[in-house]
Write a protein that binds this ligand. Structure first.
Ligand SMILES: Cc1cc2nc3c(=O)[nH]c(=O)nc-3n(C[C@H](O)[C@H](O)[C@H](O)COP(=O)(O)OP(=O)(O)OC[C@H]3O[C@@H](n4cnc5c(N)ncnc54)[C@H](O)[C@@H]3O)c2cc1C
Length: 498
């Protein structure tokens, strides 16, 4: 069998695999993305990115491209803006009441998942990632020096040898299964459908989230887009093709109407399994996105969570792959991201509970809605849904350390004010150096960390080290010296050649 070599293989060209490829290429790591499908999957899945996910795309300079896509598809309803938008941050179980948090500036970007995948694929390829469509990962084995994969392509099977393999191959991840990663959690209790339908009576249900005794039906936001949920157990056969008759019968059962779906596209069936890999790393094999965690789509958190994984893993894996940081850096990926996913699984379980039909849940929703009138409760829940309150425990007493900055944060430099996000297009860390001593101390990490003389409102007057994923890793208010933080996150200093 033919044998090829590369730096990192990402299995799966979904949004998370592609976002990861972008991160790796920003650091010059050779990357091959394997994708078994011939083309982007056009079925309706996520319709928007929000919160931390929108911020990540902003940080990589994709805001303008997303805005263009958004403007080309937006219906009159609302025109949310990525920058400084004031639209609701989201809903919890269909209760549209969530407002902003202090840590957030990026808002909501209306972009269908297939268009996002196209954009990320174009960006990754432009940076030099090799995306191989119709190439399916069949098997792999790892040893101390790398991973050997068996791949099936249009011209038959071949072997691919890489330093690392990342399974970004979705909820039924083959990488996860072959690697024996445990995937505990709770079984599904709902059967849901999504469809783009032509209806005999488009007004059969109000254009909003509707709870009926028979279940949930969301009509919109675009005409004919339907999401339905029945709460009487998971689908009998998740792999059976979804038919128009099946979806129409569900719509009729839920609403008690005789609505007819004249035609429908993009039929999908889903349930609410909530499962989480017990580790995201086994040696040279890592998991990201749905491969590491699955849950119901309520609250639109799949992309949020997965893009957060890609942002967290990308620069760490690049540093390790380039031999600049020790393997142990990769352990921080599971340590930081797994608790975030565990919390998302729980909040999606809570949303399923709050969406069930019946007077008891009606009463609970009423109380919940009134609680969201209170700023503290609203801010708490907004933080949960957008990920804006995530704080990694990086061992610092400074509140800002371990938190992600808002991309609109202004950095005052001698040359004028700059958006912090715009300083991070490169994917490298950024040291905002309020003090020349700190700028000089970072010289040994040139190429891994960019130094910008200035200060920011995040910690006025202080120097701040911001990682590529936007999280603050150190401030000069910390007891530990800057060199310790740089070594911890970016490996040993490079000694200048004599
Ligand atoms: C009906 C529905 C509605 C949703 N709504 C939302 C929403 O509103 N908001 C939100 O944020 N999320 C939503 N999601 C979830 C979101 O779509 C996922 O979280 C997201 O797609 C995860 O991306 P991923 O890259 O991890 O996995 P995927 O998108 O599943 O991509 C995995 C890729 O790997 C490929 N692959 C699999 N096995 C192999 C193999 N062996 N070799 C090569 N390639 C392989 C697959 O073909 C696929 O392209 C929804 C999902 C569904 C199904």
């Amino acid at each position: 069998m033919e044998r090829q070599h590369t730096g990192v293989v990402v299995s799966g060209a979904g949004p998370i695999g592609l976002a990861l490829a972008v991160e790796l290429r920003l650091h010059g790591v050779e990357v091959v993305v394997l994708e078994r499908l011939a083309a982007v999957d056009r079925r309706v899945k996520a319709g928007a990115v929000h919160g931390r996910a929108a911020e990540m795309l902003d940080r990589r300079g994709l805001t303008d491209a997303i805005t263009r896509i958004q403007e080309s598809i937006m219906v009159a309803a609302a025109k949310p803006a990525l920058r400084g938008g004031s639209v609701p941050r989201g809903h919890f179980a269909g209760i549209w009441a969530l407002r902003e948090t202090p840590y957030e500036a990026a808002g909501l970007a209306i972009i269908p998942q297939d268009r996002l995948e196209e954009l990320l694929a174009e960006h990754a390829a432009g940076l030099g990632a090799e995306i191989r469509r119709e190439h399916e990962l069949h098997a792999y084995e790892q040893d101390g020096a790398g991973v050997t994969l068996t791949v099936g392509g249009p011209d038959g099977r071949y072997e691919l040898r890489a330093g690392h393999l990342v399974g970004a191959d979705g909820g039924r991840s083959r990488v996860r299964k072959l690697g024996g990663f445990a995937f505990p959690g709770t079984d599904g209790i709902i059967t849901g459908y999504q469809a783009l339908a032509e209806l005999d009576d488009p007004g059969f249900a109000p254009r909003r989230w509707n709870r009926y005794p028979g279940g949930l039906l969301v009509n919109g936001p675009t005409p004919g887009r339907l999401l339905m949920v029945e709460f009487d157990g998971p689908p009998a056969d998740r792999d059976a093709p979804v038919t128009l008759a099946e979806v129409q019968a569900a719509a009729r059962r839920i609403t008690g109407t005789r609505v007819t779906l004249k035609s429908a596209a993009s039929l999908t069936r889903f349930t609410d399994n909530a499962r989480l890999a017990d580790t995201y790393r086994d040696g040279r094999v890592l998991l990201a996105g749905d491969a590491a965690h699955v849950h119901s789509p309520f609250g639109g958190q799949g992309l949020l969570l997965g893009l957060g994984d890609a942002a967290n893993l990308g620069w760490k894996l690049a540093l390790v792959a380039r031999g600049e940081a020790p393997d142990a850096l990769l352990d921080t990926y599971t340590e930081e991201r797994r608790p975030v996913a565990a919390r998302v699984l729980d909040n999606t379980r809570a949303q399923v509970a709050l969406l069930r039909p019946g007077p008891h849940v009606d009463a609970l929703r009423e109380i919940f809605t009134r609680m969201l009138d209170h700023d503290d409760a609203n801010r708490y829940l907004t933080g949960v849904i957008t990920g804006s309150d995530v704080r990694y425990d990086l061992g610092s007493a400074q509140d800002i350390v371990g938190r992600c900055y808002a991309p609109d944060t202004a950095v005052r430099t001698p040359g004028g004010e700059v958006r912090l996000a715009d300083l991070q297009r490169s994917g490298r860390g950024v040291l905002i150096a309020a003090d020349e001593v700190h700028a000089a101390a970072a010289a040994g990490w040139a190429g891994r960390v960019d130094v910008v003389a200035g200060t920011s409102g995040l910690a006025p007057g202080a120097s701040i080290l911001v990682r590529a994923d936007g999280f603050v890793a150190w401030t000069s208010g910390d007891a530990a010296p800057l060199e310790d933080a740089l070594t911890r996150w970016y490996g040993a200093a490079r000694v200048p050649a004599a």
